[in-house]
Design a protein around this ligand. Sequence first.
Ligand SMILES: *Cc1c(COP(=O)(O)O)cnc(C)c1O
Length: 362
Amino acid sequence: MTLLEIDLKKLEHNYRSLRKRLDPNSKMMGVIKANAYGGVAEPIAKKLVALGTEALAVAYTEEGVQLREFGIKTPLLVFYPQVENFRDIIFHDLEPVLYSKGSWEKFKEAVKEEKKSDYPVHIKYNTGLNRIGFHPDEGEWVLEQIKKSSFQVKSVYTHLGQTEAPKPNPETESQISLFEQIIQNHNNGSNQKPEYHLLNTSGVFNYPDYHLDWVRIGLGLYGFANHPEWNDTLQPIAQLKTKITQIHQIKSGETVGYNCGWKATKNTRIAVLPLGHADGFSRQYGHGKGWVMVNGQKANVVGNVCMDMIMVDIGDIPCNEESEVVVIGKGIRADELAENAGTISYELLAALGNRIPRVLKT
Ligand SMILES: *Cc1c(COP(=O)(O)O)cnc(C)c1O
């Protein structure tokens, strides 16, 4: 039985630790996209609201609709709304991020048709990441539009490309100075007074002078911050545990798994575990790139990861069928495992599949 244990006490620890670090004038937006980074959206959202998180954010409209259906009433930003869903945004009191002339025009139409006024929106500028956002050169157009639209511009923001990189970092500095110019233009060119933000988790640690009105924290709430010292202030909230399904005695020369992915060089024992790439334990953790903890000892994943199962080399680690195994948790950090296999904690966590039951620890 594979379980993802989510510890809400650790979530609270992380929240308080991050809050203490924040400029007292800045507010916290809790980013809970992708099921709260592969966790479980509803209880995490409710806990964050109860702790005092001033707003929440998701990536897509459907995620926001779901949170509203769970009874979450907090201001809720949708970072990447698609024009097809603008009506749903309005029906569920979600706050869209407008990022292009097209999205602006389409949302303006939707608001008009639904006969709304002063609808809360957020404006995103692209200052160098080249993902989504208005080009800084479109700033004048945006300011013109603000004057003749029935939007209440709640905030203006940008997103940095490498907040975890050591300072000084010329790309980040150039993004920040472009954003400072944008702030000035908005303050001078519009009588709406929006709030401003640019930092994610690592940015909060690395750029304490730029907490501004809001920070957008995702990963940190879940216990990671992309840097050993910053990590030390946080506690990973998720533990992935499973149990051995079967143990095989393997003779030297025998192979294990699809395509004879691994060949024993000596007699050993192999444990079969009930999780696979369909659960988000990607094939990139195969062939010893990934490992698990059996009875406190490291056991490497051997051969190819299957859809529903992995095989690990347990040698003479004391254990039996039914023994508990830690896949992520004590003795094995998600960021470590991810990095060893050429990815990042964000991907490992967010990929954990729906087939794995979530269990809350409160
Ligand atoms: C996901 C996301 C965040 C959160 O980033 P973390 O590194 O997880 O804190 C912040 N801002 C935007 C725009 C995002 O898409």
